[in-house]
Design a protein around this ligand. Structure first.
Ligand code: NAD
Length: 509
C-alpha cells in the first residue's frame, strides 16, 4: 500500500519532484520568482486524496500590471526583438529537449496535481508539449510574407509586399484538464512569432506550468518573454482579459467564461481567440465492428476522466447493432481500473476537484430524474484504500434511454458520463448530431465511404474523426464551430492568430 506523506505526496515520489511540490510557489515576473503583492496564497489539492498538495501565490491585479510591463519591456529588448528567426527556432528546440529530458518528472507532477494516470500524463500531456515546441521551432524561419501583384492607377509602378509582425503582449488563460499542454498550445506559436506572454494557469493545476516556466528560463529565453501569474480566474484571469497593455488574449476554458473574457477584451479591442466547450457526437453506422466501436467509444469518453473538451459524450448507435455495441461497451466500462493517478495500474483517475465531482454527480441525478437509465457506474468505485477515502473518484458511467430533451444530452458534463441513443434514419441522425450549441468535434465509425464523407460534410464541427477518435497533432488545425470557439490553434492556421500582417507600398515610379 502506498503511504502518503505530508502534503499528500506518495512515499515513492522521487526527491526532486517532492522537493519541487513542497516549495512555496511564487509568480514569475521579469525573470524573478516572487510572492503575490497581496501576500495571499491558494492551495492546490491532490484529487486522489482530497488533501492539500501545494501552496501557490494568489496573484493580484497589481501583479498582472507588473507582468504586462515586463512582457512589454521584453518586446523592446534587443535580446528578444532582434534575434533571428533561426535563433528563435533554436530556443524552442532547446525547450523541447528540456521537456523530453524531464518527461518523467513533469508527468508525475501533472498526475499528482490533476489526478490523471501518470501514463497518460507522460504520453499525452508531456509528449504533446515537447512535440508542440518542436513543431513550432520550424516556423519562425518559414512563415513568409508575400509580394502582391497589384494594379495601381495612373501608370504608377508600385511594389507591394506583406510582412508578419508579432502582435505584442499575449495574455494566455488556460484550464485544468491538460494543464501544461494547454499552456504549450499558446506558448509555442506565440513565442515562435516573437511575442511576449503573460500566462495564467488554472488555480487547481498550476504546478506543471511553474516547472515548465523554469525550463523556459533554462532554455535561454530572455527574462520577461514568459511571465506566469498564478491565482484565481476572477482576479488574475479577469485582469489579463481587461488589461489595456495586453494586445491579444488566447483563452481555453468554458463557454461561460469565454463570454466574460470576450466582453472584458472589448475595452482596448484586443484580439481574441477562444477554445471552448463541446458535446461531441460519436456516431456508429450499422456496418461497424461492434467490439472495436465499444472500445473506441469507451476511450472517447473515459479518457482523462471524461474531462476532455472533445470527449465523445453523445453516442448514437444504429438500432441494428445498438444492443451488441452497448453490451460490449458496458463490459469495457466496468473493466476500467479506477485509482490514484500515480499507480501505474490506474486507467482512470479521480476528477480534478470536489466541485467537479459534485457537478458531474448532479448531472447524473438530473438524467435519472428525466427518465434516463443507469446502465453502469454512477457511484464511487469500491476497493480503493482508506487513504483515498476523500478522493474525487467516480465510476465510468453510461446513461441509456436518453433524449434530446434532457440536460445530460444538451449540456457539457465534463466528466466520465456517456449518454447513448439509437438511430435509424441518417438525415434525422445528422439533425440530432448538429442539435447542439457546440461544434468542436465528432466521430464516425463505418467502412461505407460514401456515407462517411456525406456525414462528415454535414456535421458542423471543427474536427471530424472517421474510424478513429481524439487524434490531434501540432500540424493540424484545431478549433470549434458555433459556441465551441473562435479561430484555430495548431498548424499554419494558428500563426495568423499570433501575428499582425503589414502591407507595405513602395512607389517605384
Ligand atoms: P473555466 O472556464 O472555468 O476556466 C478556464 C480558465 O479561465 C482558468 O484558468 C480560470 O481560472 C480562468 N477564469 C475563470 N474565471 C475567469 C474570468 N472571469 N476571467 C478570466 N479568466 C477566468 O474552465 P475549466 O473548468 O478550467 O475547464 C473546463 C472547460 O474548458 C470545459 O468547458 C472544456 O470543454 C473547456 N476546454 C476546451 C478546450 C478546447 O480546446 N476547446 C480544451 C480544454 C478545455
Amino acid at each position: 500500500m502506498t503511504v502518503l506523506e505530508g502534503p499528500s505526496i506518495p512515499a515513492t515520489t522521487p526527491s526532486e519532484v517532492a522537493g519541487f511540490i513542497a516549495r512555496d510557489h511564487g509568480l514569475l515576473i521579469a525573470g524573478q520568482w516572487r510572492p503575490s503583492s497581496g501576500g495571499r496564497t491558494v492551495v492546490s489539492v491532490n484529487p486522489a486524496t482530497g488533501q492539500p498538495l501545494a501552496t501557490l501565490a494568489a496573484g493580484e491585479r497589481a501583479d498582472v500590471d507588473d507582468a504586462v510591463a515586463a512582457a512589454r519591456a521584453a518586446l523592446a529588448d534587443p535580446g528578444w526583438r532582434d534575434i533571428s528567426p533561426l535563433q528563435r527556432g533554436e530556443l524552442l528546440h532547446a525547450l523541447a529537449d528540456l521537456v523530453e529530458a524531464h518527461a518523467d518528472e513533469l508527468a508525475l507532477i501533472e498526475s499528482l496535481d490533476n489526478g490523471k494516470p501518470v501514463s497518460v500524463a507522460r504520453a499525452v500531456d508531456v509528449g504533446t508539449t515537447a512535440k508542440l515546441f518542436r513543431y513550432f521551432a520550424g516556423w519562425p524561419s518559414k512563415f513568409e510574407g508575400s509580394t502582391i501583384p497589384i494594379s495601381p492607377r495612373g501608370g504608377l509602378r508600385v511594389l507591394n509586399y506583406t510582412v508578419h509582425e508579432p502582435i505584442g503582449v499575449v495574455g494566455a488563460i488556460v484550464p485544468w484538464n491538460f494543464p501544461m499542454s494547454m499552456a504549450a498550445w499558446k506558448l509555442a506559436p506565440a513565442l515562435a512569432m516573437g511575442n511576449a506572454v503573460v500566462l495564467k494557469p488554472a488555480e487547481q493545476t498550476s504546478l506543471s506550468t511553474l516547472r515548465l516556466a523554469e525550463l523556459i528560463g533554462q532554455a535561454g529565453f530572455p527574462s520577461g518573454v514568459v511571465n506566469v501569474v498564478t491565482g484565481l480566474g476572477s482576479v488574475v484571469g479577469a485582469a489579463i482579459a481587461g488589461h489595456g497593455g495586453v494586445d491579444k488574449v488566447a483563452f481555453t476554458g468554458s463557454t461561460a467564461v469565454g463570454r466574460l473574457v470576450t466582453a472584458a477584451a472589448l475595452g482596448n479591442m484586443k484580439k481574441v481567440s477562444l477554445e471552448l466547450g463541446g458535446k461531441s457526437p460519436h456516431i456508429v453506422l450499422p456496418d461497424a465492428d461492434p467490439a472495436a466501436v465499444a472500445r473506441a467509444a469507451c476511450d472517447g469518453i473515459f479518457f482523462n476522466q471524461g474531462q476532455t473538451c472533445t470527449a465523445g459524450s453523445r453516442l448514437y448507435v444504429h438500432a441494428d447493432i445498438y444492443d451488441e455495441v452497448m453490451s460490449a461497451l458496458i463490459d469495457e466500462a466496468r473493466r476500467i481500473v479506477v485509482g490514484p493517478g500515480h499507480d501505474p495500474a490506474t486507467q482512470m483517475g479521480p476528477l480534478v476537484s470536489a466541485s467537479q465531482l459534485d457537478t458531474v454527480g448532479s448531472y447524473i441525478e438530473s438524467g435519472l430524474a428525466d427518465g434516463a437509465e443507469l446502465a453502469c457506474g454512477g457511484s464511487r468505485p469500491a476497493g480503493l484504500g482508506a487513504e483515498y477515502a476523500d478522493g474525487y473518484f467516480l465510476e465510468p458511467t453510461v446513461l441509456t434511454e436518453t433524449t434530446h430533451a434532457m440536460r445530460v444530452v444538451r449540456e457539457e458534463i465534463f466528466g466520465p458520463v456517456l449518454v447513448a441513443m439509437r438511430w435509424t434514419d441518417v438525415d434525422d441522425l445528422i439533425d440530432k448530431a448538429n442539435d447542439s450549441p457546440y461544434g468542436l468535434s465528432a466521430g464516425l465509425w463505418t467502412n461505407d465511404l460514401t456515407k462517411a464523407h456525406r456525414i462528415a460534410a454535414a456535421i458542423k464541427a471543427g474536427t471530424v474523426w472517421i474510424n478513429c477518435y481524439n487524434l490531434t497533432d501540432p500540424a493540424s488545425p484545431f478549433g470549434g464551430y458555433k459556441q465551441s470557439g473562435w479561430g484555430r490553434e495548431m498548424g499554419r492556421a494558428v500563426l495568423d492568430q499570433y501575428t499582425e500582417t503589414k502591407s507595405v507600398w513602395v512607389n517605384l515610379t
